[in-house]
Ligand binder design. Structure first.
Ligand code: 4NP
Length: 148
């Protein structure tokens, strides 16, 4: 799960997908990172922590990391939470094979929408619930897709 800072959106996506995958008996390795590296080492934003906690998910131990080229080797699927993040990842990729692993996260909710998860970093705390719900809805679809 990749966003810009790895402190608002992708930590929520990591926490939610990990919980849903665990509940569905899936042994997936799930992680998150950011493309801008501005918050490396920081815990998720307090409002991301709070909205997850209100939904029974503890993300306080996560630490922001920067997305690197090694992530293409380590993961089968790389979800960009927004189109600017997708472009950042494309700039890091060395070849087309690496980019075949990269998907826009919200295309799992609605194929071909090419939509981005809004960045709550630029607004108040009230922005975090709609972002949480959008991420949760999408993660539910991802897990359902792999249920078979
Ligand atoms: P995120 O939000 O990508 O959802 O973690 C942001 C957090 C920090 C910044 C940008 C986006 N920033 O530029 O510091």
């Amino acid at each position: 799960m990749v966003c810009l800072g790895n402190i608002c959106r992708s930590p929520i996506a990591e926490g939610v997908l990990r919980k849903l995958a665990h509940d569905a008996g899936k042994d997936w390795q799930i992680d998150s990172a950011g493309t801008n590296g501005l918050h490396v080492g920081e815990a998720p934003h307090r409002s991301s922590q709070k909205i997850c906690k209100q939904h029974g998910i503890d993300i306080c131990k996560q630490k922001a990391k920067r997305f690197t080229i090694k992530d293409f080797e380590q993961y089968d699927i790389i979800y960009a939470l927004a189109s600017d993040v997708y472009e950042d990842i494309a700039a890091i990729a060395k070849n087309d094979a690496q980019m075949t692993k990269v998907k826009l996260f919200l295309n799992e909710l609605e194929e071909g929408s090419n939509a981005s998860v809004p960045d709550p970093w630029y607004g108040g705390e009230e922005g975090y619930l709609p972002v949480y719900l959008l991420i949760e809805q999408t993660c539910k679809k991802i897990v359902a897709k792999h249920r078979a």
